[in-house]
Design a protein around this ligand. Structure first.
Ligand SMILES: [Zn+2]
Length: 269
C-alpha cells in the first residue's frame, strides 16, 4: 500500500499523523510525506532561502527515521493558492506515488495554507483518474481513498473520527520525528508559545522536555476520541489508550468499506 500525506507545512503531517506513519512503516507500507509550502516564514529570526533549506533538510532527516519519502514544494510559506498550476503538480504527485490513500487538512482549518492545500487536494481527487489531464503521467485506474487530518474546528461541522488509531506503542518514534525538526520544535514553536526559556541544552533532556510540552496537548483529546477508538479496538484495550490519531473519510475518491480500511490501517485491532 502507498500512503501519501499532504500537509501545508514541513511539520504538519508529523504532528497529526506521526504515530500512524511509524505504524505504516512497521507494516511495510510505502509512505510519502509532502509539504505544499517550503515553510520559509516559520521562525522568529530566520527566513527566506536559508530557512527553506534548513526545513527541507529537517523534513528529510525526520522522514528517514521512518523510511518515508519527503517532498517539499518550493512555494513560499503563507502564499499558497489553489491554482490550476498547483492542481497539476498535486495530480502528478498523487499519480507518481500510486497512492492508495491520500490524507490532507480539512477545508476549514485555521491557516490559509492549510485551507488551500485541502482545496487543491480535493480539486485533484477526481482528476487523478482522468487520462487526458496531464497525460504524460499515467492516470490512476483506481481512485485512492481521501481522508482528512484531525482538527478542532466546529464550523461548518466538527471533525468526524471515522478511523481512530492507538499510537501509544510508537510515541517514542513520534517524539524523534519532532526532535529532527529543531528549527520548529526547539526554536520557532516554543518562541511562539513563550516557553523558550524552559528549553534544556542537553539533547536527552530535550526529548523529555518535548514530551512534557506536547504530551498534554496531544493526549488531551483522547477522552473525546474513546467512542471512535471503541469502533476499532476492544473496550478493555481502548480504556488504557493515552495517544490516538484519527482521520475523517472525504466524500471524494473511493469510498472505503470497513475491510478496505483494515487493509489501509492493518494495525487496527
Ligand atoms: Zn501548518
Amino acid at each position: 500500500m502507498n500512503i501519501l500525506l499532504i500537509g501545508a507545512h514541513p511539520d504538519d503531517s508529523e504532528v497529526v499523523a506521526g504515530g500512524t506513519i511509524a505504524l505504516w512503516q512497521k507494516a511495510g507500507f510505502k509512505v510519502t510525506i509532502a509539504s505544499m509550502t517550503n515553510g520559509d516564514k516559520g521562525h522568529q529570526t530566520l527566513n527566506g532561502a536559508e530557512l527553506a533549506t534548513r526545513r527541507k533538510e529537517e523534513s528529510l532527516r525526520s522522514a528517514s527515521l521512518v523510511n518515508a519519502q519527503s517532498i517539499v514544494f518550493d512555494i513560499p510559506d503563507g502564499e499558497l493558492e489553489p491554482t490550476l498550476a498547483v492542481r497539476k503538480q498535486v495530480v502528478r504527485m498523487i499519480r507518481e506515488c500510486k497512492a492508495d490513500l491520500v490524507i490532507t487538512h480539512r477545508p476549514n482549518d485555521y491557516h490559509p495554507d492549510h485551507r488551500y492545500t485541502s482545496q487543491v487536494v480535493q480539486d485533484a481527487a477526481y482528476m487523478v483518474t482522468v487520462p487526458q489531464f496531464e497525460p504524460d503521467v499515467p492516470a490512476l485506474r483506481d481512485n485512492p481513498v481521501f481522508m482528512y487530518f484531525m482538527d478542532h474546528f466546529q464550523r461548518p461541522y466538527p471533525f468526524q473520527p471515522d478511523v481512530a488509531v492507538d499510537v501509544d506503542a510508537v510515541m517514542d518514534i513520534k517524539w524523534k520525528l519532532f526532535d529532527a525538526m529543531d528549527s520548529q520544535f526547539y526554536e520557532w514553536l516554543p518562541w511562539h508559545m513563550k516557553t523558550l526559556n524552559t528549553l534544556p541544552e542537553d539533547a536527552e533532556a530535550r526529548l523529555t522536555w518535548l514530551e512534557g510540552q506536547w504530551g498534554p496537548l496531544l493526549s488531551g483529546i483522547t477522552e473525546q476520541l474513546r467512542p471512535a477508538l471503541n469502533q476499532w479496538y476492544s473496550e478493555s484495550h481502548t480504556a488504557s489508550v493515552r495517544y490516538a490519531e484519527c482521520y475523517e473519510i472525504s466524500e471524494y475518491g473511493h469510498q472505503p468499506t470497513r475491510d478496505d480500511l483494515i487493509k489501509l490501517f492493518p494495525f487496527l485491532d
